[in-house]
Structures are given as structure tokens and as C-alpha cells.
Design a protein around this ligand. Structure first.
Ligand code: 1HN
Length: 380
């Protein structure tokens, strides 16, 4: 009995200095390879072993104004509940085949919760965070600990923690979610579990600060009695007042001649695990950058990809061969090895202190763990 395998690919003889002569005998050999599902290295090496990273993703910008407008319409039309779980609308990089992936490793979405609405409890292996560019009034309840969300707050939540959200106010609220969904998709190691239908009344209290902050949120002070857990930060909220003060102090120190900034007019911090100074999540690094009005950062290229959100101010950002004027809330991606720089400029509608404030998250911890991290400064 003879069977015919479907041919999932077709090998074509390529013309080139290092390629064999395209004779009928070679074609016959290639048909034999196809039949046995074999691919010779000499037709693939350029793609498999490039001389430098060439991302499948492209630089792209999403305007916050449009995202909020569409999310608000989804708020009117699409209920939140079991099954869909979240009214989250993901950024889809135009060259990542229609998948909801901002970069090959990172997911970024706008999430929208209407007044009084609940997003049901669940847990998953994917590591996640929330970042708030405007508004307040949603509490995210992580492992039973209600955490208020307000403008400027960064709220990481390591994988496999139970979490639900509820909007306790009479106004809708939007924020962004970052997760390592595309990376975990590749690993085929994901798990997901539905939680309770409703969180308890005790979890609906609306404290100013979460229990995690009361225990872990004091600079340089580690609670002796507490165990930090094994994955990700035990601190569930990094408050804007602390981030803002750190950046303001860095710039003042620079003005006073004591350094403190990464380069002239460019202050920056990384969000870290208070137990050991490591990244907040095993697969995601988060940072905050402030560029003083008129200053421009040195172009830099790095392996791994990033998503940025403009928190405040306006300016021009350059990613590879793309350049955009950006303002509050706008999101853009920097694919692997694309040079990035940011310039702070006065915008049309600026009422801020004149700085360009950028929230950034990246897959840097993964690249460092694998020994694949590489940086090239001043990559003009
Ligand atoms: C999720 O659980 C959240 O908890 C946000 O807010 C986005 C995207 C895919 C899968 C789970 C959240 C998500 C998500």
C-alpha cells in the first residue's frame, strides 16, 4: 500500500554563489527531501542564523485617544463575565500574523471596567501587571488583598496568583495590562484556573493601601517575619508619589552637580522586588524614564523587545526608521535591535512640568537569564 503525505512545504532551488547548480537532478533530490519532510540547511541558513537580530515585529504606535474611544464603545456593547473574563483589547503588531501580540514576547492591552462592574476571579501562569495612565476607582484583588489603582501606579502580579478586579465608583476606568502571553504561548507550559464566581464582602473593602504595601512598601526595610515567596515581587503596588519623587530627586542631584541621572536630562528607575532587588516579574522588566524638556536620549539598541507608554508630556520618539510625535497615553513598541531614542518637546496641549515621562516594560529578564542580552549605545 502506498500513501501520499501532504507536502507542507516546497523546496525551491535558489540562485546564489553558495548554492548548488539548479539541475533536474537537484530538483529530484529536493522532491525526495520534501517527501521525507527534510529541509537542508543550505537553503535556510540566512533566516536561521542572521548576522544580527531581525525582528518579526515592526515598530508601531497606537494613539491613546483612539484606544479609549474604542474601549468605551466596547464598555457599552460587551459584558464582562465568565468565559471572556476581561474586557481587554490587545495591541496587535502588524507583522505578527494577526495574533494579539505587541511583540514576539509581550502582550499589551487596554482594559476597561464600567461603574460597579466586576471582572471575575481567576489565575494563570502568565505573569502580569497593570499600569494606570489616567483615572482611579478600580481595586484589583490579588490573593484576597484589595489593591487600589490610581494614575501613575504600577501594579505587578506574578503568575498563579488569584486575581479579580472591581470598579467601586460611578465612573468607568481604563488602564493597560502587560503580560508575557506570547512568550508563554511558545513555551507550551501555561495553566489557567477559574476562581470563585464572586469575591467576598471582606475583599470589597476599599483601603488606601494594600496589605502588601503595609508589609513590603517601606524603602530599605525588609519585614523579618515575612516570606517573599519564590516568584516575582511580594509588593503589589508601586505608587506614583514614590516614582515621581525618585525621578525628581535624580534631576535635582544632576543640577547640583552630583550626577544621579543616566545621562544629561534623563532620569530613570527600574521597579524591583524589595526582597532581593531583582526584576518585579521573572519575565518582565518595568522602568520609568523622565526626559527633561529639550533633552534627547542617546540612541540605543538592545536585544529583546519593549513596549512604552507616554505617561506625561510630549515629544518625539524614534524607533528604527520610524519617528512619531507622541503625547499622553500613546503606546509604541521597540522590536529587538531597533535603535530607540526620545526627545522631550513642548506639545500642543501641554500643561505639565515640561518633561517627557515614559513608562516602559520589556522582556529583558528572559534575555539576561539566557545570556542573550546585548546593548549597543549611541547606535546612530
Ligand atoms: C488577564 O487575566 C487580565 O487579570 C488582563 O486583568 C489581560 C489577557 C489574557 C489573559 C488573561 C487581568 C489578560 C488576562
Amino acid at each position: 500500500m502506498s500513501t501520499t503525505l501532504p507536502t507542507p512545504f516546497r523546496l525551491t532551488a535558489v540562485d546564489g554563489p553558495d548554492q548548488p547548480e539548479p539541475t533536474p537532478a537537484l530538483e529530484h533530490l529536493y522532491r525526495g527531501f520534501e517527501q521525507e519532510l527534510l529541509v537542508p540547511l543550505w537553503t535556510e541558513i540566512g533566516d536561521l542564523m542572521p548576522l544580527h537580530p531581525r525582528s518579526r515585529a515592526v515598530p508601531h504606535l497606537w494613539r491613546w485617544e483612539r484606544l479609549v474611544e474604542l474601549a468605551a464603545r466596547a464598555g457599552d456593547l460587551v459584558p464582562v463575565g465568565r468565559g471572556g473574563e476581561r474586557r481587554a483589547i490587545a495591541l496587535a503588531n502588524p507583522t505578527l500574523a494577526g495574533r494579539p501580540f505587541a511583540t514576539p514576547t509581550l502582550w499589551a492591552a487596554i482594559q476597561y471596567l464600567m461603574p460597579g462592574e466586576d471582572a471575575p476571579e481567576h489565575r494563570h501562569t502568565q505573569h502580569a501587571f497593570r499600569f494606570v495612565v489616567e483615572g482611579e476607582g478600580v481595586w484589583t484583588v490579588v490573593g484576597g488583598d484589595p489593591v487600589p489603582m490610581r494614575r501613575g501606579d504600577f501594579l505587578p502580579q506574578a503568575g498563579w496568583n488569584w486575581h479579580a478586579h472591581h470598579n467601586a465608583t460611578d465612573a468607568p476606568m481604563a488602564w493597560i495590562d502587560g503580560l508575557d502571553i506570547p512568550l508563554q504561548h511558545l513555551t507550551e507550559a501555561q495553566f489557567f484556573e477559574f476562581g470563585r464566581e464572586e469575591i467576598s464582602d471582606a475583599e470589597r473593602i476599599e483601603p488606601e493601601r494594600s496589605r502588601s504595601e503595609r508589609l513590603w512598601g517601606h524603602p530599605g526595610l525588609r519585614p523579618l517575619a515575612a516570606s517573599a515567596g519564590s516568584r516575582g515581587t511580594p509588593l503589589l503596588a508601586y505608587r506614583w508619589e514614590h516614582t515621581d519623587r525618585a525621578l525628581t530627586d535624580q534631576l535635582r542631584l544632576e543640577q547640583e552637580g552630583f550626577g544621579g541621572t543616566v545621562e544629561a536630562g534623563h532620569a530613570a528607575v527600574r521597579f524591583t522586588n524589595p526582597a532581593d532587588g531583582s526584576d518585579v516579574l521573572p519575565t518582565i522588566r518595568a522602568e520609568f524614564h523622565r526626559v527633561v524638556r529639550g533633552a534627547e536620549t542617546t540612541p540605543v539598541r538592545e536585544t529583546g523587545s519593549s513596549v512604552y507608554q507616554v505617561f506625561d508630556g510630549s515629544g518625539t520618539v524614534t524607533v528604527g526608521d520610524q519617528r512619531w510625535s507622541v503625547t499622553r497615553g500613546d503606546l509604541f513598541v521597540v522590536p529587538s535591535w531597533e535603535p530607540f531614542s526620545a526627545r522631550s518637546e513642548a506639545g500642543r496641549t501641554d500643561s505639565d512640568a515640561g518633561h517627557l515621562d515614559l513608562f516602559r516594560f520589556s522582556d529583558a529578564p528572559v534575555f539576561e537569564a539566557l545570556g542573550l542580552d546585548r546593548t549597543q549605545k549611541d547606535s546612530r
